[in-house]
Structures are given as C-alpha cells and as structure tokens.
Design a protein around this ligand. Structure first.
Ligand code: GLU
Length: 453
C-alpha cells in the first residue's frame, strides 16, 4: 500500500482497537484507492479518506424487553450513521447474536459505497442489535421491536435516516417497528423500507437483492459470451437473498444444489427445483423452521451439520460452476476459495456483505475468475429500497414489471461503472477495484462540494 493509504489504515487500527471486521472492510477499500489518490490530489488535500473512515454519528442504546417467562432481558441497540454526502443515511438493521460495534461499522462503511453505486440519492448507515430472534415467539419479537424503536425513532425520519431489513429483520420485524414509529410520531411516512405492499411497500423489494445478484452475474458472464443456463450453482444461506437468488437461477435454467442456515447445510445432487424451493420458502418464511427439515421430505438429499472445528466449509467443496455466498461475513476463507477453484468454479458473486476473506478475494482475482464483490452485486436490495422511497414520496405503487426493469437497469449500470473504473485505474474486470473506486469518487466529489463537514 502507498503511504497515504498505509497512514490512514494504521490510524484506523489504532483508533478502533479490536474492530477486526471494520479494519478488514477499510483495508480492502484503501487498497483499491491506491489507484486513484494519485490521480486526484484534491482528495488528499480535502482529507476525504480521513473523513470517510470516521462515522458522522454512532448511536448506542439500551433495549429492555420482557420475555414470555416474564423475565426482563437487556440487549444493545446500534445505529451507525456513516455518511450523508449523497442523501439521507440508508441501510438495514441486523438482529443477530454476533452484532457488535465492529460489525455495525463495517456494514455501514460498505453501505456508503454500495449506495453510491446505485446512482440514487442515498447516504450510508447500518444498525441493529445483538438480539437473537431465533426461537423467540411472535410476541417476544414484537415487544423487542417496540422497545428498540422507542429509542431509535428520535434519530430517524424519511428525510434523515431510513432503516430497512438485514439478517434477522424481515417483513414481520419491519411491520412491528413501523407500527411503533407511527404510534409515537403520529405520522405515516416512508421511514422504513421493506414495508408490506398494502402499507407503503414496493413490489419486488423482497426479491430485489437475489434478483439483482443474478442480473449482475448475467452481465459478468456476458463479457465472456456465457450464460447461466445449465450451470451448477452453490448457494449458502436460506433467507430472502438466498431464496430469490435461487428463484431467478431456476428461471434462467441453472441448477441449484445447496442452501444453509447457522446449524448446517443441505445438498440435493438432483437439484432443488421449483417445487422443492416452494417447500423451503414455506419452511423458512412461514413455519420459521430449520433447513435440516428438508431431508425429512426429500430423503435422497444430504444434510451436513456445521462443525466449528473444521478449517473449511464442505459446502464450498462441492463441485460447481458458480457460487453465491448469501449467508454472512467471512463465510468463504482461503481454503474454501482454494476448494472452489480446484473444482473449476468460474463465477463467484456475493449476496451477503463481505462474505469472502481478503485472502479468498485475492485468490479469486489472481486466478482471473469472474468475481463480483458484494458492494456491487448485492446493491439491488438497497436500490429497490431507494425506489420504495420514491414511491412513498409520490404516494404511488409501481407495477412489478416497472420495478423489475428499473432494477435490471440499475444493476447493468453498476456493472458498467465497475468495468469502466477498473479499466481506467486498475485492471479491466477487477470488479473489486472497480466497485470501490466508482463508489468512492461519487461520494468524494459530493464531500468536496459540501465543504468541511
Ligand atoms: N440490508 C441490505 C443491504 O445490505 C438492504 C439495505 C436497505 O434496503 O436499506 O444492502
């Protein structure tokens, strides 16, 4: 790394001790930006990088709630408002036991670049709680969401900060939080995205991240005159991103082999077809069951429980053409990347945020496979959130086909931007550098225009 990037990275590690995920996200971006800092001396003069690694505001708060056994529980809530250079803070809320300040900051940092790439007027933020929704009753989840919003409401607003879903936050949680916000403020506004269709939501929002991921993958394959038809695909995760990635892959004639959750993964060597996918959608979204139940119905399939002692995940050792990590951060390590490459993977596109470690990313880039980093490939979700905000402002509901065609255009535009920026400053087809650079330049220019804030 050149001195300015090095300098900033060492400041970040000193000022934010113990925040490994945040360090990782910053390191990757600074590495890409080596290519641009020389071309734009004004960025250095205006201390753009120094400012971008410092969140505009971090809110941390206590979330007390009473469980079904009438015992008081205390969780920690967060909202990291990272950058408002391009618009109001925008980004999801994650409810997961692993949530801490480092994870919130890495997600908020990545969100700034991702949102910039969409071309919409969206700043970047992220929030959530270490609340674990797994195994909780609907009423427990409602009480938690109401308590969480009873503090968060004073920091957000449809022109200030617009949260949405992420891991552990879907339609049910958004509904409970929206209800509480409306009750406290006595206002029906588009303060959250991912709302129900009948009360301000957008068509295609649940599908958007998964569909967008596949539209981007099609664009990548097109550069090599290839398509998804007949490709064997690995998917991790079984939330909306994973499920709608699979739906789009099936539509395009690809074969889906796997899904996972935090307990383990299933492998169906015959492929998970539409009927089987419907079963999983019911299982995960309605019955809120575990993916292991798949093999009770489809007995020829295999289930592999998670083994924490392993140094690799056997899911990524199944031979396949394409891999779509849609679960969580750092789920593909160096060994997993080696396994995928040894089996001839030709495309890896990220549905989750930062699912590949830096060592894994470097391997994919060195081998020259089509590697799509999350900031670009999973931007479809927040992009349709941006479209939900537009619809809310106009008090309109666009048709599925209108939202879908806007989403396709946005993903195509992001793909083009990544290629253009990588060609100008790095190596054409290095989507990591392309995404980081294109995302950064737009934010940096806005920051210069807006003075020292
Ligand atoms: N949580 C999603 C993401 O990581 C969506 C954010 C949003 O819709 O605001 O981009």
């Amino acid at each position: 790394m050149q001195s300015i990037a090095n300098e900033i990275y060492s400041q970040v590690t000193q000022k934010n001790p113990g925040e490994a995920e945040f360090h990782q996200a910053v390191h990757e971006v600074l590495h890409s930006l080596e290519h641009v800092v020389d071309a734009y001396p004004e960025f250095r003069y205006h201390k753009i990088l120094d400012r971008m690694v410092e969140p505009e505001r971090i809110i941390t708060f206590r979330v007390p709630w009473v469980d079904d056994a009438e015992e008081l529980q205390i969780n920690r809530g967060f909202r990291v408002e990272m950058s408002s250079a391009l618009g109001p803070y925008k980004g999801g809320l994650r409810f997961h036991a692993s949530v801490n300040q480092s994870i919130m900051k890495f997600l908020a940092f990545e969100q700034v670049f991702k949102n910039s790439l969409t071309g919409l007027s969206l700043g970047g933020g992220k929030g959530g709680s270490d609340f674990n929704p797994k195994g909780k009753s609907d009423l427990e989840v409602m009480r938690f969401c109401q308590s969480f919003m009873t503090e968060l409401y004073r920091h957000i607003g449809e022109n200030t900060d617009i949260p949405a879903g992420d891991i552990g936050v879907g339609g049910r949680e958004i509904g409970f939080m929206f209800g509480q916000y409306k009750r406290i403020k006595n206002q029906f506004t588009g303060v959250l995205t991912g709302k129900g269709l009948e009360w301000g939501g957008s068509n295609i929002r649940p599908e958007a991240t998964g569909y967008g991921l596949i539209y981007f993958s099609q664009n990548m394959l097109e550069t090599r005159s290839d398509t998804l038809e007949g490709k064997n695909c690995l998917i991790s995760g079984s939330g909306n991103v994973a499920l709608y990635t699979a739906e789009k892959l099936l539509e395009l004639g690809a074969k889906v082999l796997t899904f996972s959750d935090s307990n383990g993964f299933i492998h169906d060597p015959y492929g998970i077809d539409r009927e089987k996918l419907d079963f999983i959608m019911q299982l995960k979204n309605i019955r809120r069951g575990r993916i292991a139940e798949y093999i009770e119905k489809y007995k020829h399939a295999h289930y592999y429980p998670v083994e924490f002692s392993r140094d690799y995940n056997p899911l990524w050792a199944i031979p396949a053409d394409c891999a779509f990590p849609c679960a969580t951060q750092n789920e593909i390590n160096e060994k997993d990347a080696q396994n995928l490459l040894a089996n001839g993977v030709l495309l890896v596109a990220e549905g989750a945020n930062m699912p590949t470690t830096e060592e894994g990313v470097n391997l994919f880039i060195d081998k020259g496979i089509l590697y799509g980093p999350a900031k670009a490939t999973n931007a479809g979700g927040v992009a349709v959130s941006g479209l939900e905000m537009s619809q809310n402002s106009a008090r309109l509901l666009w048709t599925r086909s209108k939202v879908d065609s806007e989403l396709k255009n946005i993903m195509k535009r992001i793909h083009g931007l990544c290629l253009e920026s990588s060609e100008r400053y790095s190596t054409k087809g290095n989507y990591v550098d392309g995404a980081n650079i294109a995302g950064f330049v737009r934010v940096a220019e806005a920051m210069i225009d807006q003075g020292y804030v």
